[in-house]
Design a protein around this ligand. Structure first.
Ligand code: SF4
Ligand code: SF4
Length: 318
């Protein structure tokens, strides 16, 4: 009887927003064959994780203690390029769709991924849960490389795209590089079907709660839709910058707050460090927002302090 529910019944979600990352609860287990990692053959190149359309195979770095505490069957070897850590290429057998892309791309002379019947791998599902529970490590590589990009958390995972989908590996990669501050305007078509088969949502958030904001409009208007998102954000950010300039010109503003605001103002359109600058401004305003109405206004718009990364996704519809 969903049609009879008024919007007001959806407490906290009256604007039509959905919770992120719900695809992680599906655990479909629909693959006929899933990859088994052959640790001794692996070159640690991360190409398999790069091509996986479902983020169902990922490199995981662990400490000595985490290896010692791992459940039986968890396999690792010393990590290349990350001293003191161990490397595992972990498969989620329940989220894998069995496309075989990972095994196909594996460049090892003796393949380091071999497709095996699901029934022989099913019992390994808890190993994925353990791999996802270990502490997050700083990326030991340049994230703008094939190998380094895959040490970043995919903020698009376990979508309902077809096995072997050619779109989702790229969409996933974009989320690994820019996902914590991304906005996506999505055309109607395949890319919105795998992205919002409500209530299954594959776009997810990182440990800080940041992830892609995603919206879908029509088949034909996606350029305008995305441009509108971009212009709307730019307009709000220009107002925030005007408020910051006003606070900077005020003699009453404490010097330490001024220093943080000046740094934000001077670099507000720089990508590098935008999250850190925004966090510093938010922290600095905590102490003054109750005595300074303009500071309060900036604080209320703190989501806009971060420079956003605007994307327009097409797909077969557009
Ligand atoms: S078989 Fe396909 S879905 Fe499964 S882990 Fe490999 S690339 Fe991902
Ligand atoms: S593609 Fe093959 S060699 Fe490279 S990390 Fe994956 S399993 Fe290892």
């Amino acid at each position: 009887e969903g049609d009879s529910l008024p919007v007001s019944a959806f407490l906290g979600l009256e604007d039509g927003a959905f919770p992120q990352g719900t695809a992680a609860y599906e655990k479909r287990g629909v693959a006929i064959n899933v990859p088994e990692w052959q640790v001794e053959n692996c070159l640690q190149c991360n190409q398999c994780a790069m091509v996986c359309p479902h983020a169902a195979i990922r490199p995981v770095l662990t400490t000595d203690e985490e290896v010692a505490a791992a459940p039986e069957g968890f396999v690792s070897r010393p990590a290349t390029g990350a001293q003191g850590l161990h490397f595992t290429m972990q498969v989620s057998v329940m989220d894998c769709l069995g496309c075989g892309s990972c095994a196909q791309v594996c460049p090892a002379k003796e393949k380091a991924l071999v497709m095996k019947p699901f029934s022989t791998q099913e019992q390994k599902a808890p190993l994925w849960d353990y791999a996802m529970s270990v502490s997050r490590k700083a990326n030991p590589m340049n994230k703008f490389t094939v190998k380094g990009s895959q040490f970043e958390q995919p903020l698009l995972e376990f979508s309902g795209a077809c096995a072997g989908c050619g779109e989702t590996p790229y969409a996933k990669l974009v989320t690994q590089l820019f996902g914590d501050r991304m906005m996506i305007a999505n055309a109607t078509g395949c890319s919105c079907v795998w992205a919002d088969s409500v209530p299954s949502t594959p776009y997810t958030t990182n440990a800080d709660g940041h992830g892609p904001a995603w919206g879908n409009s029509l088949f034909e208007d996606n350029a305008e839709y995305g441009l509108g998102m971009y212009l709307g954000v730019r307009q709000v950010r220009e107002k925030v910058a005007m408020d910051v300039a006003e606070v900077l010109a005020n003699d009453q503003t404490p010097a330490d707050v001024k220093a943080v605001l000046q740094d934000w103002y001077d670099h507000r359109d720089d990508t590098e460090g935008t999250r850190e600058r925004a966090d510093k401004v938010t922290a600095a305003l905590e102490g003054v927002k109750d005595s300074c109405p303009v500071c309060r206004r900036i604080y209320d718009r703190r989501d806009y302090l971060v420079k956003r990364s605007q994307w327009i996704f097409g797909g077969d519809g557009w």
